[in-house]
Design a protein around this ligand. Structure first.
Ligand code: 6PG
Ligand code: NI
Length: 190
């Protein structure tokens, strides 16, 4: 069956993508990744903030198709650690992806499957970050406004969250004396 061409519309200010399917992630969904376990508990005792949303264009998850979506990471920190996405490898490991930043300031942490190689790129309006095949990826909002980026990837790539759940990422992004710093993750497990 011939798939019909279609438009979606992306709002550069809000990150809304219409028509699209939205998923939401709250602090409770990513709490285990944060360094300061006591701070996470203290925040969650009071509220469960929305950390990020992803809005996917409706494309069949089949070879040959290109999936695309926007991600909106809200500004915030737990202690001195900036809000971030869960992060993942693609189930089809050898599939690349592009993140095009529309608004805000961020960092894109990428690691090789064994975690021996780690790269952190800056994300800013106009940056088109290439995530090569096999690199795990997590994005971090280091600014005071939402970080909004548009992603394009192979529709049959799939998401492997289990690996990152076990290992975390080799690097963390923190605020120290008003500066954004990248440090080794003391909790990183190979
Ligand atoms: C993807 C993209 C991207 C990512 C979101 C949320 O493969 O779909 O990398 O859309 O899913 O930015 O990040 P998490 O999927 O890690 O929660
Ligand atoms: Ni991805």
């Amino acid at each position: 069956k011939l798939f019909r061409p279609f438009n979606v519309v992306v709002d550069f200010e809000t990150g809304d993508l219409t028509p699209g399917k939205k998923i939401t992630r709250y602090l409770s969904d990513i709490q285990h990744f944060f360094l300061d376990k006591e701070k996470v508990k203290a925040v969650l005792a009071k509220e469960n903030p929305l950390v990020y949303e992803v809005i996917y264009a409706e494309v069949p998850e089949e070879a040959g198709h290109l999936a695309h979506c926007t991600t909106i990471i809200y500004p915030g920190k737990v202690g001195n650690e900036f809000f971030f996405t869960k992060g993942h490898l693609h189930e089809k490991l050898e599939t690349a992806e592009i993140y095009f930043t529309l608004k805000g300031q961020g960092r894109l942490i990428m690691a090789s499957p064994d975690g021996e190689e780690c790269e952190v790129l800056e994300m800013f309006p106009g940056s088109a970050s290439y995530i090569p095949p096999c690199w795990s990826h997590r994005s971090v909002n280091v600014g005071g406004e939402p970080l909004i980026f548009y992603c394009i990837f192979f529709a049959d790539a799939g998401h492997d969250y289990a690996t990152i759940d076990k290992t975390g990422f080799p690097k963390v992004v923190l605020e120290r004396n008003g500066e954004v710093v990248v440090e080794n993750n003391p909790n990183w497990k190979k």
